[in-house]
Design a protein around this ligand. Structure first.
Ligand code: CP
Length: 318
């Protein structure tokens, strides 16, 4: 098992067997939960109830709530910093100093969502408690990639040679950055379909040879075993990012007509939050009545994956 100080900042050092074992454990936990058979895990190496500091310096619904639920189900007490309001960040304290002060209170685990103004890899060297990356700038969102892949693994039992298409704002997506790492581990093939302005990033440039690029959805969708629609991340666009929203919607919004090009055996995912009508259409609720749509399954599975991750991290075996 690779040594990572039981932190999870990137997926870089994970092996295929390690990830598949994680998926199997999470899906078994899901089954036990549904059958009302879950026991609270024991943390024999800690004499107190473990505490996880959830520090969300950027907005979140799914990640924050699912980590909170995961911690509670795992017998770990979550304490939450949710945005700037009401904290000493309002008085000008830095994000780093905030974390170092909370570390002085000795929580057993940090779960951090932050921008690129914080370097989680450097922070890991500075503090003794493990860190789980809950979304870091555009650098990565490893637990989201894991839960997306687990949702597909639940259907396919392997991601080997499966074709996963990402549509839309690839450039600003930390989820894509983590999926590129995960696809290399699991043997999946990645495709992108996006306007050229939304394609080029250091991540895509470094992995150009491994990625299938499509200009049009009409070619991309028949290729895909799964399509992941990406949120248009307006908050990360700079002034050079000029595009006409109507044209973008016309070309890249997954509407019913376009989704007819996707095989009936393929799946539709979105990491959320969804801008309905921009990256994905839900007129007449057709999306959520489409049996290929796995968006709420992703959210459901997020709790089980994250429960396994927080338990392992606290036990020092992540
Ligand atoms: N997918 C995701 O990270 O959603 P939230 O921003 O709501 O946590």
């Amino acid at each position: 098992m690779p040594l990572r100080n039981s932190s999870l900042i990137t997926l870089q050092n994970f092996s295929k067997s390690f990830v598949e074992n994680l998926f199997s454990e999470a899906l078994l936990l899901k089954q036990k939960y549904k059958n009302n058979q879950c026991d609270l895990p024991k943390y024999s190496q800690i004499s107190h109830q473990p505490i996880a500091a959830l520090l969300f310096f950027e907005a979140s619904t799914r990640t924050r709530f699912s980590f909170e639920i995961a911690c509670i189900r795992a017998g770990i007490k979550p304490i939450v910093l949710d945005g700037v309001l009401g904290t000493s960040l309002e008085k000008g304290e830095s994000v780093l100093d905030t974390i170092l002060n909370i570390q002085a209170m000795n929580p057993d685990l940090f779960i951090i969502r932050c921008g690129e103004n914080l370097n989680l890899l450097e922070l890991q060297q500075q503090i003794k408690s493990p860190i789980i990356n809950a979304g870091w700038g555009t650098f990565g969102h490893p637990t989201q990639a894991l839960l997306d892949a687990c949702t597909l693994f639940e259907e396919w039992k392997t991601l080997e040679n499966k074709k996963i298409l990402f549509v839309g704002d690839v450039k600003h997506s930390r989820v894509v950055a983590s999926h590129i790492q995960l696809a290399q581990i699991l043997g999946a093939q990645i495709g992108f379909c996006a306007p050229s302005d939304f394609l080029s990033s250091p991540v895509t440039q470094n992995n150009q040879n491994d990625i299938e690029i499509f200009e049009k959805l009409e070619k991309a969708l028949p290729w895909a075993d799964a399509v992941v629609a990406l949120r248009l991340q307006k908050e990360r666009h700079d002034s050079s990012q000029i595009f006409i929203l109507e044209d973008y919607i016309e070309s890249y919004c997954l509407n019913q007509q376009k989704l007819n090009l996707l095989s009936s055996n393929s799946f539709i995912l979105h990491p959320g939050p969804v801008n309905y009508g921009i990256e994905i259409d839900n007129t007449n609720n057709h999306l959520h009545t489409d049996s290929r749509c796995k968006i709420f399954n992703q959210v459901e599975n997020s709790v089980f994956i994250r429960q396994i991750l927080v338990e392992r991290s606290i036990k020092g075996v992540l």
